[in-house]
Design a protein around this ligand. Structure first.
Ligand code: ADP
Ligand code: MG
Length: 238
């Protein structure tokens, strides 16, 4: 579960060829980081995978099934956004349970799933609190919890830590990596932060003007950058 293939994926906005053509293979369970400067097409590529944008051309396959035309909800993916939109009037428990409630799952099954997610995220002691009574990091974890209970085949993160201060970013990086180790679910993580890319990724995808400059492990990119852009961006002394 969670293998994703992009073939000749293109996205134009009017005259602007924001994604000229991308081919990419994401394996089951991989932690993949899309990195690149602002405007390089990271969010657009993620939104195409999520189904939040229509493709101009090409195909997207998830677990062998062509989802190019499939609605976002039919793709089995969970998107975690930068601004965690929690319901302020609901407890943490109800926030996390919300997608399951919507799916009309039975209450006892909901409780089980919410408690399991809370355990993974160290939120067990906070389930009856309101979002306003939580720290920024805890709120971020609630947003992730809401994704976990849906048991997606992959998690998509778009700069989830960019609103947090530097110290908290470091902690959350470790927590998300730990989450990946526990769940072993495919994760695609968008960032413009080279340190996040280098420390979290199994595989880094370097984007520049909507094109993939290089795909490889952090070590491969560091030791054998394909060109000056990658070398400069990853910061290897070449
Ligand atoms: P990143 O996430 O890497 O910062 P984006 O994917 O948000 O980059 O944007 C890539 C390019 O596509 C930018 O030049 C941006 O202005 C353009 N773009 C993104 N969304 C739209 C849109 N809805 N309409 C027009 N242009 C867009
Ligand atoms: Mg973006």
């Amino acid at each position: 579960m969670g293998s994703i293939t992009l073939k000749n994926v293109q996205k134009h906005f009017g005259e602007a060829k924001v994604i000229p053509s991308v081919d990419l293979e994401i394996k089951e369970g991989e932690f993949v980081v899309f990195v690149g400067p602002s405007g390089s097409g990271k969010s657009t590529l993620l939104r195409l995978i999520a189904g939040l944008e229509d493709l101009t051309g090409g195909t997207i396959t998830i677990d062998g099934k062509d989802v190019t035309e499939a609605a976002p909800a039919a793709r089995g993916l969970a998107m975690v956004f930068q601004s965690y939109a929690l319901y302020p009037h609901m407890s943490v428990r109800k926030n996390i349970a919300f997608p399951l409630k919507m799916a009309k799952m039975e209450q006892s099954a909901i409780d089980k799933k919410v408690e399991a997610a809370a355990k993974v995220l160290n939120l067990t002691d906070y389930l009856e609190r309101r979002p306003s009574q939580l720290s920024g990091g805890q709120r971020q974890r609630v947003a992730i919890g809401r994704a976990i209970v849906r048991e997606p085949s992959a998690f998509l993160f778009d700069e989830p830590l960019s609103n947090l201060d530097a110290a908290l970013r470091g902690t959350m990086r470790l927590e998300i990596s730990d989450l990946h180790n526990q769940l072993k679910t495919t994760m695609i993580y968008v960032t413009h932060d080279q340190i996040e890319a280098m420390t979290m990724a199994d595989k880094i995808v370097v984007l520049n003007r909507g094109n993939i400059e290089q795909v490889g492990s952090p070590m491969e990119l560091y030791l054998t950058p394909r060109n000056l852009f990658v070398a400069g961006f990853i910061g290897s002394p070449r």
